[in-house]
Ligand binder design. Structure first.
Ligand SMILES: *[C@@H]1O[C@H](CO)[C@@H](O)[C@H](O)[C@H]1NC(C)=O
Length: 173
């Protein structure tokens, strides 16, 4: 059944790509529902909570069908699945069949450290979702993420990534 679904998903995506006027693929915005996109790529819809303020989906590559997504929340958005999750007001990444990568703007408060830690990607392995964090990799059953939950707004967590830190002005004294 999973295989049939995967083939269906691929066919739908190919049809979608074929029907879309071929301008520059990178600048193409698709009117595709976010939770449906997750499901078409084999993921449970609840991986991204509501309320989503706005989002952009564009084609990153055609084979395999890969989409870039940017999700906008009105405010920093907190939701608990297994442990607390945080979505920044701008959350981005790429999604292809069974794999979400290059994520920015999502952190989990890991039970091992109690520290808000960046999540970089999610890979589907059978009925498990394997979450790749900056410091460790953790697998959970996908059933935990089927329900689309509502988040609650909370404070912004500063981005600690090296890229941003290196942009801070250096004070000369
Ligand atoms: C999320 O909020 C909406 C609107 O308030 C509500 O209709 C819906 O039932 C809520 N969903 C969950 C899973 O609590």
């Amino acid at each position: 059944m999973a295989t049939a679904n995967s083939h269906m998903s691929l066919l739908l995506l190919l049809a979608l790509v074929a029907l879309t006027p071929s301008t520059s693929a990178a600048s193409l915005n698709l009117d595709l529902d976010l939770h449906l996109l997750l499901q078409l790529q084999g993921f449970p819809p609840g991986l991204i909570p509501e309320p989503v303020e706005d989002y952009d989906i564009s084609i990153a590559s055609i084979l395999p069908p890969t989409f870039s997504f940017t999700v906008y929340f009105k405010e920093p958005c907190y939701v608990t699945y297994v442990y607390p999750n945080y979505f920044a007001p701008v959350f981005t990444g790429k999604i292809t069949l069974g794999k979400i990568s290059g994520m920015r703007g999502h952190k989990d408060k890991l039970p091992s450290t109690g520290v808000w830690t960046d999540m970089y990607g999610v890979t589907m392995v059978g009925t498990k979702l394997v979450f790749k964090f900056a410091t460790e990799t953790i697998a959970y059953d996908r059933a935990l993420f089927e329900e689309v939950k509502n988040c609650t707004y909370g404070p912004l967590i500063p981005d600690q990534s090296n890229e941003l830190v290196s942009q801070l002005p250096i004070s000369a004294e």
